[in-house]
Write a protein that binds this ligand. Structure first.
Ligand code: SF4
Ligand code: SF4
Length: 91
């Protein structure tokens, strides 16, 4: 058996059109980020990113500030629940 080349393991997947299509079209709640509370934005360095880790739709980008692709967010609110800084509210 050969050795797998694991040098380029990808740590994120990109949102793709699923059975539900662009969920932003039927979502009833939308996450809003309060960058004044978000830890990476406040510290100006990569940290936390729990919302990125737990988002089931992989629509949060690990950038500073973080960005949410609302076209594919389904409004589940998990990002709000896991945020230790209460930097996300659902509206
Ligand atoms: S509401 Fe759900 S799908 Fe939308 S960004 Fe938050 S965790 Fe992801
Ligand atoms: S979990 Fe909250 S504090 Fe952490 S990156 Fe996401 S929004 Fe910012």
């Amino acid at each position: 058996m050969g050795t797998r080349d694991c040098k380029h393991i990808c740590d994120e997947s990109s949102p793709a059109i699923g059975e539900a299509g662009k969920t932003g079209e039927w979502r009833s709640l939308m996450p809003v980020i309060h960058h004044n509370k978000c830890i990476p934005a406040k510290q100006k360095k990569p940290s936390c990113f729990l919302c990125w880790l737990y988002c089931p739709d992989a629509v949060i980008r690990k950038t500073i500030p973080i960005k949410i692709n609302l076209e594919y967010c389904k409004g589940c609110g998990i990002c709000m629940q896991v945020c230790p800084a209460k930097a996300i509210t659902m509206v």
